[in-house]
Write a protein that binds this ligand. Structure first.
Ligand code: PBG
Length: 331
């Protein structure tokens, strides 16, 4: 045999499906998924969300059946977001503290439906409850106040914990809120309620459909750049994560997802802790828009996207494609 040949043929292990399966480094499973669900007022209501095609808001009486579906698909956890009635929104977001608000009623409905078979993650931030759409209390100039907001967030977290939430997920980006919430949970005896901190949450253009879903987009004046992170920053994300872990977070989240996989990888390598990512509403909507105009097919687009999160180092992914992906994975 003469002539030159490559000393290594990486194509050898790719030549057949069995061999590709054997050499596959990362896998997506239903138990990697957290399914975000939107809750709305009323009974027997499934309300499609125009900017999130395929996603609906569910009334509390129907939310238990969503959780049953999660259980049967092997999705371990759902995340809840309320579309608070306009008349219950106020300057101070006090509805967040109401033990009978949509969120708390939905948590109890899920508990009734599936017991402990599915975890319930609740978002801590005031934006679904404020008349101005900001995540916290604002001063006369509209600036979001840190310490005063944290006090309310502790009350919100305790309200959710007393309804039965398993994971408290602060998405507000106030400084010091993890230690304050952790102290509050400990003081009230909720020692096993987890905190998944939205530690590196960016001021992103990808949240638009979510704000429609919770009904805050028409209300929001200005932006969230004085508390959410600058998309240009990576070192700062590591500082955020370090602080939230030191303050008592059990796991951390990076958000949005796909454009920030470098942050996921950096956090995983630096801290070796459970890292989650939120494949956010705008990312979901972009895939659905691509499918709608024939640019690609949903199944391969979704599966490649979700697998990328695993490859980057995620323990799990919050995604509106959770139900779709779990169905495929279950065959
Ligand atoms: C609330 C919150 C937001 C998202 C999750 N929690 C919106 C925001 O910060 O404006 C976005 C999720 C998504 O876009 O899917 N603080």
């Amino acid at each position: 045999m003469t002539g030159t040949f490559p000393s290594t043929r990486l194509r050898r292990t790719r030549a057949s499906a069995w061999s590709r399966a054997l050499h596959r480094e990362n896998h997506l499973r239903p138990d990697d998924l957290i399914w975000p669900l939107f809750v709305t007022q009323g009974t027997q209501i499934e309300e499609p969300i125009a900017t999130l095609p395929g996603v609906s808001r569910w009334s509390v009486d129907l939310i238990g059946s969503r959780a049953k579906e999660a259980a049967s698909l092997g999705i371990p956890c759902v995340a809840l977001f309320p579309n608070t009635q306009p008349e219950r929104r106020s300057e101070d977001g006090a509805e967040a503290l109401n033990p009978d608000n949509l969120m708390c009623r939905a948590v109890r409905a899920i508990r009734d439906a599936v017991g402990d078979d599915v975890g319930v993650l609740t978002d801590v931030a005031l934006d679904p409850y404020t008349s101005h759409g900001q995540d916290g209390l604002v001063d006369a100039a509209g600036y979001v106040l840190n310490d005063a907001t944290v006090e309310v967030l502790v009350g919100q977290a305790l309200n959710q914990a007393s309804a039965g939430a398993d994971i408290i997920a602060p998405s507000d980006m106030m400084d010091g809120r993890i230690s304050a919430i952790r102290a509050g949970l400990e003081a009230e005896g909720y020692v096993n309620v987890q905190i998944m901190s939205y530690a590196a949450k960016y001021a992103s253009a990808f949240y638009g459909p979510f704000r429609d879903a919770v009904g805050s987009s028409g209300l929001l004046k200005g932006d969230k750049k004085t508390y959410q992170m600058d998309p240009a920053n990576a070192e700062e994300a590591l500082r955020e994560v370090a602080i939230d872990l030191a303050e008592g977070a059990d796991s951390v989240m990076v958000k949005p997802g796909l454009p920030y996989l470098d942050i996921v990888r950096a956090v995983k390598e630096r801290f070796e802790v459970p890292v989650f990512a939120y494949h956010v509403s705008g990312e979901y909507a972009m895939i659905e828009a691509a499918v709608a105009v024939g640019i690609g097919e949903r199944e391969p687009l979704v599966m490649e996207t979700l697998l990328a999160f695993k490859r980057a180092g995620c323990s799990g992914i919050l995604t509106y494609h959770a139900q779709f992906a779990a169905r495929l994975l279950n065959g």
